[in-house]
Design a protein around this ligand. Structure first.
Ligand code: ADP
Ligand code: MG
Length: 877
């Protein structure tokens, strides 16, 4: 079908739809069942098999499998089977974790998909883009990602960015009214919109002609195969750390081999021992474990209404030092209400006013006509809260209000933008409501209504409505109106001016009819702050995070709200001032200012950049089309889940499902907890691995035989690297996570002494366990090796508990406050007891049963490491 070559009405008919009511919801669900969801085929996430396969793809596992095969060939059946079993157990453990992580990520991906506004049963409804079907009438607004290919039915200054499809980066002007030649090529189809493109300006409506793989984008979707998700900076660094540790470990294993050779150990034993030690020493699972920790962290953030779109954001969140937040809707509820109005002659409280006052009637009628909200299916007004507030006020004050609006059909408009801070509509006058005075001038001509920021509108107003007539605006009148504005704004109101003019037929298109206005009056809107924001701001203060308010509102309004929610407000900068400042000056200003007013999106970019130049990690919220560059530029771009644009969401790292500032702070806290847990986890792994290495290396040096057998080492590695390490990754928050300053940006995960502590803890572990074992061996105790194995295993478990905090003593954390860790440790101890006492296990692992006294002894020794770590915390080493 060549939809672009047909008149709009014909397209609608062909598709069995209706331009004004859309499809019925039954018909829509029937079509959805028939054609399937509106989705491009993508490479998808890793299925269970691929996750499982990846468990066997690591070098260490391959070495182990090779070792099992070699042992088998050498006739060591027990060894071969035991190694095989360990590999399988390891893989099972890894699989369960990674698959859970994978599912968590898939859920995040699904949730971050776009939605669309469609007409169904004659009402506007918001549905997930996947539910859009052929024949749906979709509403297009600036910032929206097109949910399907469609033929435009209506358009008002609509411009669409089609780069994703055509490569053309300039937005294309669209028009519903044209009918094109059949052979018009895709980039020139001005009456069509397409999946994957974005409305950058204006608005419109379209009937959907194709969905899913049938769309133009679907035809080229092969080019869009999802790119593999990139490793986060932390994963990359840990990867690198892992490789460095592996090199060191291999060198030491070489030394171990040489020592043994020189002492005449059997080569077979030496070979297996070296492999086991290498396997134990290399923290192979680290990057995967980090992914798991980040993914599960993202899942926990989701439970707190923060949807993470990029895994790297989870770790960056923990280091955020500035949160730049939009005021409207994020710090406040975005539930606007008109609570005050004023004309040149008097002030009103519109909630109490009798409807007979004509001047107020004209003011509200103009604001309701210059307005894009519509009644939704539940009878509530839908749209920008500033505008719905006017609708509500007008419907209470203007008789037959909706009928009256139909007398004034809109024939042209200039949409609202945060740059111009005003909106203009032009109306034909098919009639005029009784009781509302008509603007002066020829009543056959169309009338323009303008609403917007008071400062902007006052500048364009050359006349003022007073005493029922249009009078020239005087300087003194302007001053009076300004003063009234300041008084209203000082109470935290957003104040909008409303103006009108009769449009001479000769006026050209564009902005010319937005000058020479007649001032009708202004209205004050209250948008209550969110109740939980005060508390969140206070938390920021303690956590060394600077909360910054950014708004398009007037500085007086901004300051009043900042005062109410506890943001320092001694100084407020306006967007224009930001623009005027040069590098140095701006850098020092952004270091002091907490409130920015009359800001347009491009100022946001400047603010982020100069904050970042000062070494700060900046989270920045945004919801509009033009916010995308600032969101991309900030370390954490935060978009809105409710009402924000798709463009902003696509550019963001995180979406606030509840649009709430407090949610950002909760996410930052979660990020800090996750980072702290990763550090515990890394410290624990390095401590254990180096401990094992020292034991194996020191033994021969002090004249002992190889301290542990190959299978014993692999066993120990399994019970430590596995469950306890994972349990540390989900450790509950330490008290005071939000009472410290954020970590510095470039800090290494081994920073703040962690690397040194881990290596020396390892030495401590080795000394406390190998020391006693040396004497048992000297004294000829037959059980010395089992004693060493048991005490070393127990010591590692005990240390896991102690390492739950870098500073806080264990008694303050509570020994049992991480149930996962307690379960892991208990499990490991139970398994260790089996290895010592079950005869079959004794045969495999070369252990002997310990007497009660010996067991008690190894428990006692096992606690030494813990005591040592606690003492270090106490002494601050
Ligand atoms: P914020 O970022 O705080 O939401 P905006 O950029 O949306 O600020 O709004 C800036 C100013 O533009 C407001 O103070 C108001 O004067 C004006 N304004 C806001 N919304 C509208 C609208 N729908 N129509 C006309 N003017 C508006
Ligand atoms: Mg706004």
């Amino acid at each position: 079908m060549q939809w672009h070559a047909m008149p709009a009405a014909a397209v609608v008919e062909e598709l069995g739809s209706d331009a004004s009511t859309g499809l019925s919801s039954q018909e829509a669900s029937r079509r959805l069942r028939e054609h399937g969801p509106n989705r491009l085929r993508t490479a998808g996430t890793r299925g269970p098999w691929r996750v499982l396969a990846s468990q066997f793809a690591s070098t260490v596992v391959i070495i182990l499998i090779a070792a099992a095969v070699v042992s088998g060939l050498l006739g060591e059946a027990v060894e071969a089977v035991a190694i095989g079993a360990l590999v399988v157990l390891n893989a099972a453990l890894g699989f369960v974790q990674e698959y859970r992580a994978e599912q968590a990520l898939e859920k995040l991906r699904r949730l971050s998909g776009p939605s669309a506004t469609v007409r169904r049963d004659g009402r506007l409804r918001t549905v997930s883009s996947e539910e859009v079907v052929r024949g749906d009438v979709v509403v297009i607004e600036a910032g929206q990602l097109m949910a399907g290919d469609g033929r435009l039915l209506e358009s008002a200054n609509l411009r669409v960015q089609e780069a994703a499809l055509t490569g053309e980066s300039e937005p294309v002007e669209k028009s519903a009214s044209v009918v094109l030649e059949g052979e018009t090529t895709l980039p020139d189809r001005r009456n069509m919109v397409h999946t994957g493109t974005v409305a950058s300006y204006g608005r419109g409506e379209a009937v959907v002609t194709a969905t899913g793989m049938d769309t133009e984008l679907g035809h080229v979707a092969k080019l869009l195969e999802r790119t593999e998700s990139e490793a986060t900076p932390l994963q990359q660094r840990l990867d690198q750390l892992g490789r460095q540790l592996a090199v060191v470990a291999l060198g030491l294993v070489g030394v171990l081999f040489a020592l043994g050779w020189w002492r005449g150990e059997p080569v077979r034993l030496l070979f297996l021992t070296s492999i086991s030690v290498a396997v134990a020493a290399v923290p192979e699972g680290l990057p995967a474990a980090v992914t798991v920790a980040l993914a599960l962290g993202a899942q926990r953030m989701l439970a707190r209404r923060a949807l993470v779109r990029r895994l790297a954001a989870v770790e960056t969140l923990g280091s955020v030092s500035v949160i730049c937040s939009d005021k409207t809707g994020t710090l406040t509820q975005n539930r606007m209400r008109v609570v005050a109005a004023s004309t040149a002659d008097r002030e009103y409280d519109p909630r109490e006013e009798a409807e007979s006052d004509g001047a107020l009637g004209l003011l509200l009628l103009a604001a309701a006509a210059c307005n894009d909200s519509e009644r939704g299916s539940d009878g509530e007004w839908k749209g920008d809260p500033t505008e719905t507030a006017f609708m509500e006020a007008a419907s209470e004050r203007v008789r037959d209000f909706e009928r009256v609006l139909r007398l004034l059909p809109r024939i042209d408009e200039v949409p609202f933008s945060s740059e111009t801070r005003r909106m203009t509509t032009i109306h034909r006058r098919d009639g005029w409501p009784h009781g509302v005075p008509e603007p002066d001038g020829d009543s056959d001509l169309p009338v323009a209504f303008v609403k917007g920021a008071v400062d902007v509108l006052l500048e364009e107003s050359t006349r003022v409505r007073t005493g029922g007539r249009d009078e020239p605006m005087t300087g003194e009148m302007r001053e009076r109106l300004r003063a009234r504005h300041d008084a209203m704004a000082g109470q935290g109101m957003r104040v909008l001016g409303v103006a009108a003019r009769v449009v001479p037929v000769t006026a050209g298109a564009g902005d010319s009819f937005e000058a020479n206005l007649t001032w009708l009056g202004m209205a004050g809107l209250i948008d209550p702050s969110r109740p939980e924001v005060r508390e969140a701001i206070a938390v920021c203060g303690e956590a060394g995070i600077r909360p910054v308010m950014i708004t398009g509102d007037h500085p007086i309004t901004a300051t009043a709200i900042a005062a109410e929610i506890g943001i320092p407000h001694e100084r407020a900068l306006t967007g224009r001032e930001v623009e005027a400042m040069e590098g140095e000056e701006l850098a020092s200003a952004v270091g002091e200012v907490y409130v920015y007013a009359r800001v347009s999106p491009e100022h946001k970019l400047r603010i982020v950049e100069s904050l970042q130049r000062g070494g700060r990690i900046v989270a920045m919220t945004g919801d509009g089309v033009n916010d995308a560059p600032a969101l991309k530029r900030s370390s954490i771009g935060v978009a809105m889940g409710q009402g924000g644009t798709d463009v902003a969401r696509e550019a963001s790292d995180m979406v606030l499902l509840d649009n709430n500032f407090a949610t950002i702070v909760a996410a930052v806290k979660e990020g800090r907890v996750i980072y702290a847990n990763l550090r515990k986890f890394v410290e624990f792994l390095i401590t254990c691995n180096t401990g094992e290495l020292w034991v194996m290396l020191a033994g021969p040096v002090i004249g002992m035989p190889l301290a542990l057998l190959p299978l014993q080492i692999l066993w120990m590695n399994f019970v430590t690297d596995g469950p306890p390490a994972l349990a540390l990754g989900v450790d509950p928050p330490e008290p005071g996570v939000m009472k410290q300053p954020p970590r510095s940006a470039g800090e290494s995960i081994l920073g703040r002494g962690l690397g040194w502590r881990a290596v020396s803890n390892g030495a401590l572990l080795a000394a406390t366990t190998l020391g006693p074992a040396y004497f048992w061996w000297r004294w000829g105790w037959e059980s010395w090796q089992t004693l060493l194995l048991t005490s070393l295993t127990l010591a590692q478990q005990a240390i896991a508990i102690a390492l739950r905090s870098e500073r806080e003593p264990l008694w303050r954390l509570g020994v049992f406050s991480n149930p996962w860790l307690i379960a892991a440790v208990t499990g490991a101890v139970a398994l260790q007891l089996m290895v010592v006492y079950v005869p079959a296990m004794q045969a495999v692992f070369g252990t002997v049963a310990l007497t009660g006294r010996e067991l008690a002894l190894s428990f006692g020794i096992g606690l030494l490491g813990l005591v040592g770590v606690e003492m270090r915390k106490r002494l601050g080493w």
